[in-house]
Write a protein that binds this ligand. Structure first.
Ligand SMILES: [Zn+2]
Ligand SMILES: [Zn+2]
Length: 77
């Protein structure tokens, strides 16, 4: 039994995700995404795929990166 650190739900089949040397416990992917996924700088959606990294900026897709003025990006094939 463990407690989701996002919603506080007690759950016995938890997800444990390690990130940056810290261990996080969640009851669902939804809560894990809420806590850990970066946010697209252009449209504000959660980046749950590979996304596009441009320096220290993160976008959900090449379209958003280009709309924000990042040159030379393409979606991964
Ligand atoms: Zn939760
Ligand atoms: Zn986006």
């Amino acid at each position: 039994m463990a407690t989701c650190e996002v919603c506080g739900n007690d759950y016995d089949d938890v997800l444990t995700i390690e990130k940056g040397g810290e261990s996080h416990v969640f009851d669902s992917f939804e809560c894990a995404i809420h806590a850990l996924a970066p946010t697209c700088e252009h449209c504000g959606c959660r980046v749950i795929g590979h996304g596009i990294r441009a320096g220290d900026r993160t976008f959900c897709c090449a379209h958003c990166a280009r709309e924000s003025g990042v040159e030379g990006v393409a979606d991964a094939a």
